[in-house]
Design a protein around this ligand. Structure first.
Ligand code: ZN
Ligand code: FE
Length: 277
């Protein structure tokens, strides 16, 4: 069979959204406006790599979008906001210095210079006030885009630091309900370790095996495995598949009894992942 596309599970990236790899394994997302002059950045955990990317493209920074309060997502805000006359969007219920526009579920924003309207979705669980940003499309590309911080990852999900399993599962359910072709921009390159865990949870999935092979090839070639898409996550991310028979069976074996609920399956998967080596 001919290779349709070298990466079957990673959609071609959006032409106006660029990864700034930084810190250990973070991606800060640089979103360019349609005129190629202004840009916004999502979750800048430090300023220097963002400044370098802006300078390389000769962009001005019009907006900073924050998903939650952790240092690897907000560490660059103060320095960037000192240099640039930019709005700083962030969750209303988290204490983040420098936020100028506090947001909550259902808020819509149109960051300066982007011409794109984002809808804010509350996705508590990793942190209590975590938010995600969804746009039906951006610029010349028709696909929807989602910036979801540390909530939904390629092949996995964030740790539960402040919320409950019920909350994080409900948040992931909301994201899984977005259009299947949505490009999912999460904040870390965790895909290979996530898929290794996913294979332990759902070893019989041929598609998951193929995705894992692809992710290993991409990382060996130094290619980002993000963005992913809602369609790919629904088919291969165990945290979106708690009702699948094989995952339920895996969890039942670990518990030594039938799980009582979907939330219990999710909670057990998340706890198992925390100590999965
Ligand atoms: Zn975090
Ligand atoms: Fe993080």
């Amino acid at each position: 069979m001919p290779d349709r596309h070298p990466w079957l599970h990673c959609p071609p990236a959006h032409p106006q959204i660029e990864a700034i790899p930084a810190l250990r394994d973070n991606y800060f997302w640089l979103i360019a406006g349609p005129d190629g002059r202004a840009a916004a950045v999502v979750d800048p955990g430090e300023a220097a790599p963002v400044q370098a990317a802006l300078a390389a493209h000769n962009y001005t920074l019009g907006a900073i979008l924050l998903t939650h309060h952790h240092g690897d997502h907000v560490g660059g805000v103060a320095e960037l906001a000192r240099q640039w006359d930019c709005e700083v969007f962030g969750p209303a219920t988290e204490a983040i210095a420098g936020v100028t526009v506090p947001l909550s579920d259902g808020s819509t924003i149109t960051p300066a210079g982007l011409g794109t309207t984002f809808q804010v979705i509350d996705v508590p669980g990793h942190t209590r006030g975590h938010i995600a940003y969804f746009a039906a499309s951006h610029g010349r590309d028709a696909r929807p885009v989602l910036f979801c911080g540390d909530t939904l990852f390629a092949g996995g999900c964030g740790r539960i630091f402040e919320g409950t399993p019920e909350q994080l599962l409900a948040s992931l359910d909301r994201l899984a309900g977005l259009p299947e072709d949505t490009l999912v921009y999460c904040a870390h390159e965790y895909t290979v370790s996530n898929l290794r865990f996913a294979l332990a949870a759902e070893p019989g999935s041929a598609e998951l095996g193929a995705r894992n092979d692809e992710a290993l090839r991409m990382r060996a070639a130094g290619i980002a495995t993000v963005p992913t898409s809602i369609a790919v996550e629904r088919r291969t991310n165990p945290f979106l598949r708690c009702e699948e028979d094989e995952i339920r069976d895996t969890v039942a074996t670990r518990l030594g009894r039938a799980p009582r609920s979907r939330v219990e399956i999710f909670a057990e998967l998340r706890a198992w992942k925390n100590q999965f080596a």
